[in-house]
Write a protein that binds this ligand. Structure first.
Ligand code: SAM
Length: 801
């Protein structure tokens, strides 16, 4: 129901949903009914149990505690194989996560020590009071340089794409200022909070364009889709994303390309290494605003990513710990949980590494574990202190170093010493991480420095250590020594000098850094196993869980409307044009899908092969009937309630999901109090200008339901349905609903299958056009109802209806 007991018209909503539903007839014809503001849903909530999760502990703080036994770089550590691999040693003990115990790079003891311990004190002194905030900062821009250096190093994969995807996917998420008017209320399911309608109608921006416009003409590629394909869809968000990629090369002043070359030497001169500020004329005001916006979007993306990781990881860790307790020894629960996270819930599976600062990560940011360093991309070699990338010529370049030098041991962070591998014999050469560090030194490539801070917890009986990680900024490898130990081994020591011009971080501040604490909610699979690919739900904004509804993954036809099974084709080995396939004829002589199962073009109706066909399940005319194949996630948006986003890349034309709900007659739908999840079906075949050519060749459309047929059907996903009920509206949608028949031939009740209009990167919010007609939705008094649209598109008309 609308906030404040507003009245809704089920049919108005149902009719709007399908693009070519001639919605005007329905929207104007129905008077809104009074809704019952106090209605409590107590129906068959089989999904409610699965949808609930206890949220008794904080994710952030609790997480760090849980990680203290294993989050650090500890246990058996390997000499880097110089291949960029990120293997976590499974046999790691539950140590303190401290470098002191680990054999990383073959070195014992603290790997990074104060310069003064081995050499004369040097470096610039730091200002005593540096304004570092606790935890991750949410707003504003720091003076730190922006932009990872792009992969101009041969053979390197730049992460810019991943970053771009992430924050492009959140464009609706970032309408932070609008969340204020979300008066979230609705009925309450068993143990559930739910959200729904909004009160208040902000000023309308502009009139809505006509329904069923050019955008839906066959073969026409709308401008925004073209832009998107060329990597520049529209608006600041998209441009911002691009700028991240491009800007990283233009704006990576930290890179040493024009710094004096620094060779390894024992001299240890007091050199100033500056982070260069951008040169050239000052940008115009507009540009600055855009940049500010972009920077905060990128930052927001990093924060969201980290928050979401903490929420999911906490949940998985709890489960893994329970399993481990049952089984005794086995894989460390934190590692198991992280593996599950990466496999099932991470959109960034590829572990790309890159050099320079990471867009959105700020000096002073605090992390709970090496896994979190990996999630945001500042250090991806979880078991190693030095992370590196491999160049095309086979050489490795160090890009980040985790330093276990504890702040109490020194008074300046300007110069740190990293002790590398201990060579087993006198003859052994510089290798692995050491060689990568030397290469960074030779090429003046800055490395990211992460301080690992160890706190002793527990007591004598149960000693425990908590390690937190603080990003310290960019350092240059200034020089290195090889020193022979008493045992005849060589120790490689590297001097790292902090680059100037970066935000300062004081030792005192470093000591007091604490990770952010955050709750949020996470459900591993809202379908309870009914979907082939699990559909998780995450809320990183509040502690609400999804509202209760009964999850169904297939349309359940009421007995009275149950359609007859369709006639089938006789293509034993698979359907083809040459076999004169009966389904081909039903489709107007052309199969709808290409060889890889993509819909060639939007059409009024698709006949897939069905249960009576003799072709196998692998027939290329069976696509959407097989269910979802991409990983998708329900997530809480900032301004539109829950939404659905991708976790995988989805190519244009791919089947994404079906809209599933209760099948109702139009008149039954009108009696429903809540119209939020209605989807009108089976009435769009006679949009002649749009489908003329198809109507002429698809036999069933020549005498299908008439345009005036009022006895159509509606899906209502309010009480039962699948995750598609959470897909929001956008004025520039990336999905289109396609009528498909496969298990029956009744064109009045087609399946509504969503296909991708365009290539969808991971973390992109899914959307379709709800197809409301503006000013055609009325309340019971006949007043026009208005609802603002928060889709965030540059083409947004400002109103949902
Ligand atoms: C089918 S539901 C979509 C899922 C919904 N967001 C939820 O949390 O359950 C439709 C409702 O979502 C909200 N919604 C969807 N798209 C929107 C948009 N572009 N702007 C504002 N609200 C939107 C409206 O409240 C709408 O009535």
């Amino acid at each position: 129901m609308e906030g404040g007991g507003a009245r809704v018209s089920p049919m108005a909503c149902g009719a709007r949903r399908h693009k070519a539903l001639a919605p005007w007839r329905f929207q104007s014809a129905f008077v809104r009914r009074e809704t019952n503001p106090g209605v409590v849903f107590d129906g068959d909530l089989c999904g409610s149990e699965t949808l609930q999760m206890s949220c008794d502990t904080a994710a952030g703080g609790g997480l760090s505690d849980s990680l203290s036994h294993g989050g650090g770089v500890d246990g058996e550590l390997e000499v880097p194989a110089c291949d960029g691999d990120n293997e976590v040693p499974k046999g790691c003990g539950g140590g303190g996560g401290v470098g002191g115990d680990c054999g990383l790079d073959g070195v014992d003891g603290d790997l990074v020590a104060k310069e003064g311990d081995l050499a004369a004190k040097e470096g610039d002194s730091l200002p005593k009071d540096c304004g570092i905030h606790e935890g991750l900062e949410n707003n504003g821009i720091t003076a730190e340089p922006l932009g990872a250096k792009p992969s101009n190093l041969p053979g390197l994969n730049c992460n810019a794409d991943a970053e771009q995807s992430n924050f492009v996917g959140k464009d609706c998420n970032l309408e932070g200022s609008r969340t204020g008017d979300d008066a979230e209320s609705n009925f309450v399911g068993k143990d559930c909070k739910l959200e729904g309608f909004r009160t208040g109608v902000p000023g309308l921006r502009k009139g809505r364009k006509a329904v069923a416009p050019w955008r839906f003409q066959t073969g026409y590629k709308p401008k925004w889709a073209q832009d998107s394909l060329s990597g520049n869809r529209s608006g600041e968000t998209e441009e911002s994303a691009l700028t991240v990629r491009d800007g990283s090369s233009k704006r990576a002043p930290v890179m040493a390309s024009n710094r004096p070359h620094l060779k390894g030497s024992a001299s240890g001169g007091q050199r100033s290494l500056k982070v260069q500020k951008g040169t050239g004329p000052a940008p115009k005001k507009m540009k600055v605003d855009k940049d500010d916006h972009r920077i905060s979007l990128v930052r927001e993306n990093v924060l969201t990513k980290l928050r979401e990781f903490r929420i999911i990881y906490k949940k998985l860790l709890e489960e893994e710990e329970v399993k481990c307790r049952g089984k005794g020894h086995g894989v460390r629960p934190d590692i198991a949980a992280f593996d599950i996270f990466r496999e099932r819930f991470s959109a960034d599976k590829y572990d790309m590494r890159y050099d320079g600062s990471i867009p959105g990560v700020r000096i002073g940011d605090v992390f709970n574990s090496v896994m979190e360093l990996s999630v945001v991309g500042i250090h991806r070699a979880q078991s190693l202190l030095v992370d590196h990338i491999k160049k095309k010529d086979g050489t490795c370049l160090a890009v980040s170093v985790v330093s276990y030098a504890q702040p109490y041991a020194f008074d300046s962070l300007d110069v740190l010493l990293h002790v590398g591998s201990v060579a087993a014999t006198c003859d052994q050469k510089l290798e692995g991480a050491d060689m990568a560090l030397q290469e960074s030194m030779d090429t003046d490539t800055p490395v990211r420095l992460i301080h690992a801070l160890v706190t002793e917890l527990g007591d004598d009986c149960r000693p425990k250590q908590l390690t937190t990680y603080v990003y310290g900024g960019l350092y240059l490898v200034e020089k290195f020594h090889r020193e022979k130990t008493a045992g005849g081994q060589y120790v490689n020591t590297f001097h790292l000098r902090r680059m100037e011009g970066q935000k300062q971080i004081g030792i005192q501040v470093l000591k007091t850094k604490k990770p952010e604490s955050f709750d949020g909610t996470f459900t591993v699979d809202i379908s309870g196993g009914l979907e082939k690919v699990s559909v998780s739900a995450i809320n990183s904004i509040s502690n609400e869980y999804l509202m209760a509804f009964r999850y169904i993954s297939q349309i359940q036809y009421p007995l009275k409307y149950r359609p007859d099974p369709p006639s089938g084709c006789d293509c034993v080995g698979g359907c083809s044009v040459s076999q004169k396939c009966a389904c081909l004829v039903k489709n107007g002589g052309e199969f709808p899908y290409n060889d890889i199962g993509e819909n060639k073009e939007e059409r009024p109706l698709i006949y897939e092969c069905g249960p009576s066909c003799k072709c196998p399940p692998t027939c290329h005319n069976r696509v959407s009937q097989h269910g979802i194949k991409f990983r998708l996630q329900v997530f809480k948006t900032n301004s539109m309630g829950w939404g659905v986003r991708t976790l995988d890349f989805i190519p244009s034309g791919s089947f994404v999901c079906e809209y599933i709900g209760e099948l109702l007659k139009d008149e039954e739908a009108q009696k429903r109090n809540n119209d939020e999840y209605l989807f009108g079906i089976g009435k769009n075949y006679h949009d002649v200008p749009r489908w003329k050519a198809w109507i002429e060749i698809i036999p069933s459309l020549q005498n299908g339901p008439s345009e005036d047929d009022e006895n159509g059907f509606v899906f209502d996903a309010l009480n039962q349905g699948n995750f598609a009920r959470f897909i929001n509206h956008s004025c520039t949608p990336n999905l289109y609903p396609q009528n498909v028949l496969h298990d029956h031939d009744n064109i009045s009740m087609p399946h509504i299958m969503f296909f991708a209009y365009e290539d969808l990167p991971p973390l992109k919010e899914l959307s379709y056009d709800y197809n409301y007609e503006i000013d055609k939705v009325h309340d019971s008094d006949g007043n026009i109802k208005m609802k603002p649209c928060f889709c965030g598109s540059t083409e947004c008309t400002g109103r949902l209806y």
